[in-house]
Design a binder for this molecule. Sequence first.
Ligand code: SP5
Ligand code: ZN
Length: 342
Amino acid sequence: MKTVHTEKHRLRASKTELNGGQLVPPFECPERVEHILAELAARRHGEIVAPDAFGLAPVRRIHDGAYLDFLSTCWEEWQAAGYAGEAIATTWPSRRMPLSRPPREIDGRIGYYCLAAETSISGGTWEAAQAAADVALTGQALVAGGARAAFALCRPPGHHAAQDMFGGYCFLNNAAIAAQAFRDQGAARVAVLDVDFHHGNGTQAIFYDRPDVLFLSLHGDPDEAFPYFLGAADETGTGAGEGFNVNYPLAPGTAYPAWAEALENALARIRAYGAEAVVVSLGLDTFKEDPISFFKLESADFTDYGRRIARLGLPTLFVLEGGYAVAEVGINTVNVLTGFEE
Ligand code: SP5
Ligand code: ZN
């Protein structure tokens, strides 16, 4: 399968992540993509193609206009406020503060739109996020045009970003934007299968009241893991979307047998649903050596689950999400793709 990639991901290169009370170099760094590209080359995996420019119209199908205005101006406003560091939220519309509207001043506005303070906004973030959406949309176009599968090498990732919320290293929800593009081009039912270690809270929120996009997520139990406040098994959708959201929260230390059992359950749900296309939110942070996660998958397990996803027999778009054990991210990514192609 083809890989869609652009160097523009390098524009997302923040210097700081708030971790354990310290500002540290971000886990979500440009080197992640370099390792994947190196492994794709070493194993002579498919062609690498550049993205087309789709503009903001397909992004606006998912994200609120005022949120996009915020993302595109945040860094300039932060600098204009005279701050020395990167843009980090410190105040949120939390419980018992029902007056929830975006304030004018940038400290308030960034808090309004922010999920989690670990994610700093820096110069180039908006441009890189737009480029990642173009990468996802180009992959979607390849699959819609008849390719069995494509790999969108998206960075920054997307699945924590909701209609009007960034955080968890995510700004635009690349997978949701691609899933919506399949719908807008005529697919009646689309499944988004999220295998990142973390719950895809943004994707869930976007499609929660809709029956036309089935969302399924395997992830660390939110009682134990980020994003903490969404991802429980009893979140099954609302209104017309009731029954079309499926969460598989899994315990610390989960290894491949239990993970694969949850995956098979999810794949059976996708078959029964009658999806016409599948978007895989491909996070590699389920790996046993991932620095911020607690599952125990081995590199060979990634090959095996690539095979299992292929057995759906559906047009499939892989969209990169997380995965931070930097050297192994390349190996494990290409293992999924080659397992799928066997
Ligand atoms: C796309 C993606 O994978 N985003 C993940 C964002 C996680 N951000 C919070 C990280 C908190 C790390 N805490 C580690 C605790 C280990 N004991
Ligand atoms: Zn993750």
